[in-house]
Ligand binder design. Structure first.
Ligand SMILES: [Zn+2]
Length: 214
């Protein structure tokens, strides 16, 4: 069921936060939306917010987090950058949402067919786009298992999806390595972090269970 923002989120566990997202994505898959009174939510949330989850995801227009998890105002602290990259500003946003707004779960969510990941595979650079690519490049350098090593470009869809998943894992590592706040809250079991890939073809978010820390 859709959880109302008035629920006391301080009592919510990180695992319960993940369950709410999984259930919400299932409603999305079933083409069902929970009832939401947006105008009443505007009033309820006008002075403060209590997001239960903080999601670092791609800016891709086909992957809007609130819609695909069937959530409403005040539910998700949404950090969106092409390639779901953990830039210092993204990490600062995640720190703010967890330490000061009480979000219980950080999700790093990539998606299939990500243009930023494809651009990184092809080392595409123009304007400031290269600054995004630089955050994805380490995953390409560390990738050594793709059978068809002859084609490590965006033309190889299997390679792109491999890098996509490695990129989610790499951004999680970056967040934990660079953020004392997140690292401390994870150790104190105050929050959890998990990776996932949104499938553009099915609408399903596949969480990478082995990335769950918390
Ligand atoms: Zn993308």
């Amino acid at each position: 069921m859709y959880k109302h923002p008035l629920i006391d989120r301080d009592k919510m566990t990180p695992k319960e936060a993940l369950d709410i997202l999984v259930e919400g994505n299932q409603r999305f898959l079933n083409n069902y939306q929970s009832d939401k009174d947006f105008q009443s939510l505007v009033q309820i949330t006008k002075d403060k917010q209590h997001p239960f989850a903080s999601i670092l995801s791609c800016s891709d227009s086909r992957a809007p987090t609130e819609l695909l998890f069937d959530q409403a105002l005040g539910d998700i602290f949404s950090v969106r950058l092409a390639g779901n990259i953990a830039s210092d500003k993204a990490i600062g946003s995640l720190e703010f949402s967890t330490k000061y707004l009480g979000a219980k779960l950080i999700v790093v969510m990539g998606h299939t067919g990500c243009g930023a990941v494809k651009a990184a595979c092809d080392d595409f650079r123009d304007g400031h786009i290269g600054e995004i690519i630089n955050f994805i490049k380490p995953s390409i350098r560390h990738e050594t298992t793709v059978v068809n090593k002859a084609d490590r470009s965006s033309k190889n869809a299997d390679f792109v999806e491999k890098i996509n998943e490695l990129n989610v894992r790499h951004q999680i590592d970056t967040i934990i390595r660079q953020s004392d706040i997140v690292d401390e809250m994870l150790k104190e079991k105050q929050i959890a972090i998990v990776g996932g890939i949104y499938d553009l073809a099915t609408g399903k978010v596949n969480f990478l269970e082995d990335t769950y820390i918390g």
